[in-house]
Design a protein around this ligand. Structure first.
Ligand code: GDP
Ligand code: MN
Length: 381
C-alpha cells in the first residue's frame, strides 16, 4: 500500500527530515490561497500514485496568483497514467543546485534491506540504475543490527556526496531506515533530496510504501493509506478480497494464482500489449467470485479486452467453466471482448462447456494472450 507524497512527507517531517512548506488543495481557489500564503514561486504537484509525475506534466511551477490559477486548473482533473488528479500539493519552490537520491528497500535476493544513495538524483533514477548502476551505492543492512552509522557514512561518501552535507545526508538515511523498520515499510525513497545554494538539504519528493500484512499494527498509517486509496477500482477489488494492482495499459488480466497472473502480464507485454491490471482471484472460481472479478476489470475504462487465464487444479476445469458461465449469464453482451484460456484438470470438459457466444475460448496461453492483445490494439489504433 502506498502513501501519497504529502502523507509520506508528513511522516518524514515528524521524524525530523527537512521538507518544504506545503499545503494540500483540491480546488483552484484553495491552491491559489495556498500559494498566496506560502509565497511564490511554488511547485504545484499532482497527488496520484504514479512515478514520473514531473515528466508526465503533473508538476508545474507557478510564480504568482494568476499563474497558479492556470497551473492548478491544468493539473486538477488531469489524467496521469490512468489516474485522475483530484488533489494538489502546493509547495514552496526549492532553489536547488543539486539533486540526490536516497532510499531503503528490501533486497529480496539478499534477504535483507538495502540502503541506496546516489548523486544522480532527480527524475531519471531508473535510467541511472539501468545504464550506470555503479552510480548508485548500495549498502546491505543486517536487520538484527540495523543501519550502523559507519554504514550510512560509507554509503554517502561512497556515492560521492559533497563533504559539507555528507553528515546531513547520512542522518537522513539513518532516519529513513528507522522509519522503514519501525513503521513496517516495504520501500522508502526520497528522490530528489535537493541541495540548496546555501548548502541545506530538503526532501523534495517522498515515497513510502507499506507492508500490507503489518498494517494491523500501524493504525495511524493504515488510516492514512486508506485515505490514500482514492482509486475506486483498487478499493472495490480490496472489498472483494482480490489481490489487485491497477496498471496503465488496456489489457485486463484475471488469473488464479499470483505466478500465473504475473506470467500472463509478462506475455501481454511480450506480445506488444500493455497490461491494465494484475488481478488474482485466488483459489476456486465460484460464479460470484468470477462475476466480481469481471466487474472490477470491466469497470476500468482503459480496458479494451480481457484475458482470463485459469489453471484447473483442485478446482476442476468444468467447475470453473460453470462458474464463468453463471457469471456471464448476467450479461447479454460483454462490454469488451473476453478471452478465456483453461488448462489443467478437466480443461477439455471445461472448454466444451464455456459459453462460446460470449467468450473466445483458447487452448494455449500464447493464443489467448495474443488474441486479447490484438483486440485491444485494434481499438487503440
Ligand atoms: P516525480 O516526477 O513524480 O518523481 O516528482 P518529483 O517531486 O521528484 O519532481 C520531479 C522534478 O520536478 C524534480 O526532480 C525537480 O526537478 C522538479 N521539482 C519538483 N519540486 C520542485 C521545486 O520545488 N522547485 C524546483 N525548481 N523544481 C522542482
Ligand atoms: Mn521523484
Amino acid at each position: 500500500m502506498k502513501l501519497h507524497e504529502y502523507q509520506a512527507k508528513r511522516v518524514f517531517a515528524d521524524a525530523g527530515i527537512p521538507t518544504p512548506d506545503a499545503e494540500l488543495a483540491d480546488t483552484v481557489t484553495a491552491a491559489t490561497e495556498a500559494g498566496d500564503q506560502i509565497g511564490y514561486p511554488v511547485a504545484v504537484k499532482a497527488q496520484v500514485h504514479v512515478g514520473g509525475r514531473g515528466k508526465a506534466g503533473g508538476i508545474k511551477m507557478a510564480s504568482n496568483s494568476e499563474d497558479i490559477e492556470h497551473v492548478a486548473d491544468d493539473i486538477l482533473g488531469m489524467d496521469l497514467k490512468g489516474y485522475t488528479v483530484d488533489q494538489l500539493l502546493v509547495e514552496e519552490a526549492v532553489d536547488f543546485v543539486d539533486e540526490l537520491y536516497v532510499g531503503i528497500t528490501l533486497d529480496r535476493s539478499q534477504s535483507r534491506p538495502v540502503a541506496m544513495v546516489s548523486t544522480e538524483g532527480g527524475v531519471d533514477i531508473e535510467q541511472v540504475s539501468e545504464e550506470t548502476p555503479d552510480a548508485i551505492v548500495r549498502e546491505p543492512i543486517d536487520p538484527a543490527f540495523g543501519l550502523q552509522p559507519y554504514q550510512a557514512r560509507r554509503a554517502v561518501y561512497g556515492a560521492g556526496v559533497d563533504r559539507d552535507i555528507a553528515g546531513d545526508v547520512a542522518s537522513v538515511l539513518t532516519t529513513l531506515y528507522d522509519l522503514y523498520e519501525a513503521r513496517d515499510a516495504s520501500a522508502i525513497e526520497i528522490n530528489p533530496v535537493m541541495v540548496t545554494a546555501d548548502r541545506q538539504i530538503v526532501a523534495a519528493d517522498a515515497v513510502m510504501n507499506l507492508d500490507e500484512d503489518a498494517l494491523f499494527r500501524q493504525s495511524e498509517l493504515a488510516q492514512m493509506a486508506e485515505a490514500a486509496y482514492d482509486d475506486d477500482l483498487e478499493a472495490m477489488a480490496g472489498d472483494y478480497g482480490f489481490d489487485y494492482v491497477r496498471l496503465s495499459g488496456n489489457v485486463g488480466i484475471i488469473g488464479n494464482g499470483a505466478g500465473l497472473v504475473m506470467t500472463t502480464l509478462d506475455l501481454v507485454d511480450h506480445f506488444g500489449g500493455s497490461p491494465a491490471n494484475f488481478l488474482d482471484i485466488g483459489g476456486g472460481a465460484k460464479a460470484e467470485r468470477v462475476g466480481n472479478a469481471l466487474e472490477v476489470v470491466f469497470s476500468d475504462e482503459n480496458v479494451e479486452a480481457v484475458v482470463f487465464n485459469i489453471f484447473g487444479g483442485i478446482t476442476r476445469g468444468d467447475e470453473v467453466a460453470m462458474g464463468i458461465n453463471e457469471a456471464l449469464s448476467e450479461f447479454d453482451e460483454l462490454p469488451k471482448p473476453l478471452v478465456v484460456r483453461l488448462a489443467g484438470t478437466n480443461a477439455a470438459e471445461g472448454m466444451d462447456i464455456l459459453n462460446a457466444d460470449l467468450v473466445d475460448v483458447e487452448s494455449t496461453l500464447e493464443g489467448a494472450v495474443k488474441q486479447a492483445v490484438d483486440s485491444a490494439n485494434e481499438v487503440a489504433r
